[in-house]
Design a protein around this ligand. Structure first.
Ligand SMILES: Nc1ncnc2c1ncn2[C@@H]1O[C@H](COP(=O)(O)OP(=O)(O)OP(=O)(O)O)[C@@H](O)[C@H]1O
Length: 241
């Protein structure tokens, strides 16, 4: 099967500072990759680099065979990247519905599953349907995260980049979001890279995993295998046992 995402020798950072060192990874169509690592190891920098929001020094990024690393961020969205940054970046002065309709774009030709529309986002997150006319400023943290995810979905991407989607949210909302993410990836077959602080929850809904340390990949392999080796996982994440 042809890879969906192929990253080779990626070095990137901020200005002259290099944070990622020769990162290589790949994702097959329909697969979910859990991106793990201690604080400050470069997870957000890798997500932002794929989205075109850092200084890339070396390496290549191909999505479905298309060269991404030479494109500016907005053209990467058009090429199929659905980025949900850590800051969520919703338009706070627009309503929920305006946030969704402002960015919606038709699905690519040849797509197997139904395209994402604002109506399908409301079906995924009934809370957003109830808040349709509310401004972004009037939403809870969980609702903002649902809207940020909905906004990425209506771009009809081929690869979702989710940076700590559950950060700072109440456990009941985390469960709701994880269920939605599982539905999007498992049932709809959308590919995703997910950064999360709670490895077990995210490994359980991922096919593969990559662990970063000091900006380099120190584990790349099956999510289940990592889940079944808690001692290795703790070692890679620097957790004392
Ligand atoms: N805008 C920036 N300018 C300069 N350096 C930055 C910037 N953002 C992050 N860094 C540095 O890059 C390194 C990696 O940070 P990054 O946020 O990618 O890590 P992370 O693994 O996502 O951490 P966390 O789990 O805490 O979010 C850190 O040393 C950080 O200080």
């Amino acid at each position: 099967m042809a890879e969906l995402l192929n990253v080779q020798g990626l070095s990137a950072g901020y200005g002259e500072a290099v944070v990622l060192h020769e990162v290589s990874l790949s994702i097959d169509p329909g697969q979910t990759l859990a991106l793990l690592g201690r604080n400050g190891t470069g997870k957000t920098t890798l997500i932002n680099t794929l989205a075109g929001a850092t200084q890339q020094h070396a390496g290549s990024i191909l999505l479905g065979g298309q060269v991404l690393h030479k494109l500016p961020s907005h053209e990467r969205a058009a090429a199929g990247i659905g980025w949900v940054p850590q800051e969520r970046n919703i338009f706070k002065s627009l309503t929920v519905h305006e946030n969704l309709t402002a960015v919606a774009r038709p699905a690519r030709a040849g797509r197997a599953s139904s395209p994402w529309t604002p109506a399908r986002v409301y079906e995924l997150f009934p809370r957003l349907a109830e808040r349709k006319s509310n401004l972004g400023t009037q939403l809870s943290g969980g609702e903002q995260q649902m809207l940020a995810l909905g906004r990425a979905l209506v771009l009809n991407p081929t690869l979702l980049l989710l940076d700590e989607p559950c950060e700072g949210l109440a456990p009941i909302i985390v469960q709701e979001l994880l269920r939605a993410i599982r539905r999007i990836t498992r049932e709809e077959g959308l590919s995703a890279i997910i950064v999360e602080q709670h490895p077990q929850a995210i490994l359980a809904i991922s096919d593969t995993a990559a662990v970063l340390d000091h900006g380099t990949v120190v584990y790349a392999g099956s999510a289940r295998s990592l889940q079944e080796q808690p001692a290795l996982l703790d070692k890679l994440l620097g957790v004392a046992r």
